[in-house]
Ligand binder design. Structure first.
Ligand SMILES: Nc1ncnc2c1ncn2[C@@H]1O[C@H](COP(=O)(O)OP(=O)(O)OP(=O)(O)O)[C@@H](O)[C@H]1O
Length: 596
């Protein structure tokens, strides 16, 4: 049985068991299940935000509080329908998350998690000081939800509402992760330069995840308010936020089921401890904190990926589980649209008097050259000549001090790396940047981000399948082009360096580039791997792809390129075909002579 079929059957069985549970559970059991469902929904947001997006939040309970108070205020003080309360709660939570996210998500390092503590502390403080919201006492008499005239006041009715909503958001999240946006989101943890090179914007991806996680917390807050029919600020303080984070860590922040497992473990454990500890000590509440702290430490030592991660690892599927297989595609799938490629020989890139200073050091000094469509051009020079700096200036990864660069008839001097990528400049990295936990197919599919468009909502609702089929069809074509056909489902992290470089090139080709810019592609490769790479690049040239290559390996470059630009001490030493460069005495003195 295929793993997809197995997962589908297991999900149907789990749904059936959950649907029948109220028949055997009493009120207490249903209350616990409702708490687990609400906790799982908040932890699901954290799996998306922290596990996928790499943003640690200590303030998620604040969003739960904003939503719970919004609906409590509207339905108890103004007697409106809880369904209007839901719309208002989501609006308030989403709006708050958007503002907080825009203010904090650009903060790097540890500043971001610290800032989450700040709003995690301040929201309950504000709630507990507002007269209209009952100050420290909170608000009661919250209306029960009604559905088609039927009151959902009982625990059993709320159980179906909570778990039904959880099922829907779980499905939405799962669809999202296996989409164009989801691939980019799953790549966030490895830094922003790879994403920029495929035309994706890390900041906006993080912001979307942040708002999404807050909306899940908001939905949970609404359910909490109408399940308990009472809200107070203490339920939404930083301690509650840490509890939700603990649920994610215990269950596993890297898998969606981790949210469910974590919520169940933490809530059931807390309940059991609250029964047992008072019999053992008069300081039961403090003991509970200690037990949870010990659990946290144990997990960090023994199972950092949480219980789900641990079990999957034992089952040997851990790495594959992070890497959805990608859609199967038919031969008759409509290919992705191609851009109009420039005519052979047309000037596609012009560097004009480019200067880059680092303080007093002039790394690139008034360098200029042109690149014509269909050529392979090499940028060479001894160590410290300024090649990498020039590479960064051309691709938009660094800003020029003066001079200009035009690409495809556009002045790109001040353009972002992402916008230059969108114009058709694809790059690879000196230190290969792949997503090791993702399949080859997913890694390559990521390269099409800038030429496809379906967004988060379409992905969550599965309205992007046609585009996904086209992406995966193209990804298979590009994998075959670099000699990796049939290896689609292997993990990128398991490949040797030479194959990883091929994979990077396949990813670059996914953007349908006008020009491929390769940063030391032969570095670290064995002789045979270099030969395979050179053959591939020659094949790409004959397919009409323009290539610029920064390289140290003279033999590799000389046998490959049409033209060379030689740099030394930041300046252009000469430009010409390989034979002319080989003959040039200045080059021999500066570089080739040293290498001979
Ligand atoms: N971010 C930076 N800050 C300060 N100096 C820098 C920076 N980046 C590069 N340099 C300096 O600029 C000069 C050119 O460096 P660059 O890395 O571009 O040379 P390169 O030709 O690529 O060298 P290599 O072949 O060794 O990679 C060097 O002296 C380097 O120390």
């Amino acid at each position: 049985m295929s793993s997809t079929r197995y997962i589908r059957l297991a999900s149907i069985a789990a749904a059936a068991v959950l649907a029948l549970l109220p028949l055997v559970l009493g009120n207490f059991g249903l209350g616990l299940m409702n708490d687990i469902g609400i906790g799982a929904m908040i932890a699901l947001g954290l799996v998306m935000l922290t596990g996928v997006g790499g943003v640690t939040s200590f303030g998620q309970a604040a969003f739960v509080g904003i939503a719970a108070y919004s609906t409590a205020w509207l339905t108890s003080a103004h007697a409106v329908s809880p369904w209007l309360g839901l719309a208002f709660a989501l609006l308030m939570t989403g709006g708050a998350a958007l503002i907080i996210g825009m203010l904090t998500l650009r903060l790097g390092n540890h500043y971001l998690p610290i800032s989450t503590i700040a709003w995690g502390l301040s929201v309950p403080l504000v709630l507990s000081n507002m007269d209209g919201l009952g100050r420290h006492t909170g608000m009661g008499n919250i209306k029960a939800v009604e559905l088609a005239g039927v009151s959902l006041a009982s625990s059993g009715a709320m159980y179906y509402l909570i778990w039904g909503a959880l099922g829907l958001v779980y499905l939405f999240s799962s669809n999202l992760l296996q989409s164009r946006q989801g691939r980019a989101m799953r790549s966030l943890r490895g830094g922003s330069s790879l994403l920029a090179s495929v035309g994706a914007d890390s900041y906006h991806l993080r912001l979307k995840l942040f708002v999404y996680a807050a909306l899940l917390a908001g939905l949970a807050g609404w359910l909490y308010a109408h399940n308990n029919r009472f809200v107070s600020p203490s339920s939404f303080d930083v301690r509650a936020s840490i509890d939700y984070l603990l649920m994610g860590v215990v269950g596993g922040l890297l898998q969606l089921p981790g949210a469910l497992v974590g919520s169940a473990i933490v809530i059931l454990m807390r309940n059991t401890l609250q029964d047992i500890l008072p019999h053992l000590s008069s300081r039961g509440a403090q003991m509970e904190v200690i037990v949870f702290s010990l659990l946290f430490l144990l997990l960090l030592h023994r199972a950092r990926a949480g219980l789900c991660g641990y079990v999957l690892k034992l089952a040997g599927h851990y790495r594959r589980a992070l890497s959805p297989a990608g859609l199967e595609t038919d031969a008759d799938v409509r290919p992705l649209e191609r851009r109009r490629q420039p005519a052979a020989g047309k000037t596609i890139l012009t560097a004009n008097q480019v200067v880059k200073r680092f303080g007093g050091l002039v790394a690139v000094n008034e360098v200029g050259f042109e690149i014509h469509a269909g050529d392979i051009v090499g940028l060479i020079g001894p160590n410290g000549a300024g090649k990498s700096t020039m590479f960064n200036l051309l691709t938009g990864a660094a800003r020029l001090t003066s001079g200009s660069v035009s690409f495809m008839d556009r002045d790109v001097t001040k353009m972002s790396q992402r916008d230059i990528a969108q114009l058709g400049m694809a790059r690879t990295f000196q230190h290969v940047k792949l997503r090791p936990q993702m399949s080859l197919l997913d890694n390559v599919a990521l390269g099409a981000h800038g030429r496809t468009s379906r967004g988060l909502v379409a992905a969550g609702l599965c309205l992007d399948r046609e585009e996904e089929r086209r992406i995966f069809h193209e990804a298979r074509v590009q994998l075959a082009r670099v000699g990796l056909a049939g290896r689609e489902h292997e993990l990128a992290g398991s490949l040797p360096l030479g194959t990883q470089r091929m994979l990077e090139i396949a990813r670059s080709l996914m953007s349908d580039p006008v020009m491929l810019v390769l940063d030391e592609p032969a570095a670290g490769l064995r002789h045979a791997e270099k030969q395979v790479l050179a053959e591939l690049l020659k094949q790409l040239r004959s397919d009409g792809v323009t290539i610029m290559i920064v390289e140290h390996d003279m033999d590799f470059v000389m046998n490959l390129v049409d033209r060379l630009v030689v740099m030394n001490f930041g300046s252009k030493l000469m430009e010409g075909n390989p034979a002319a460069v080989r003959r040039d005495s200045k080059v021999q003195a500066a570089y080739l002579g040293a290498a001979a």
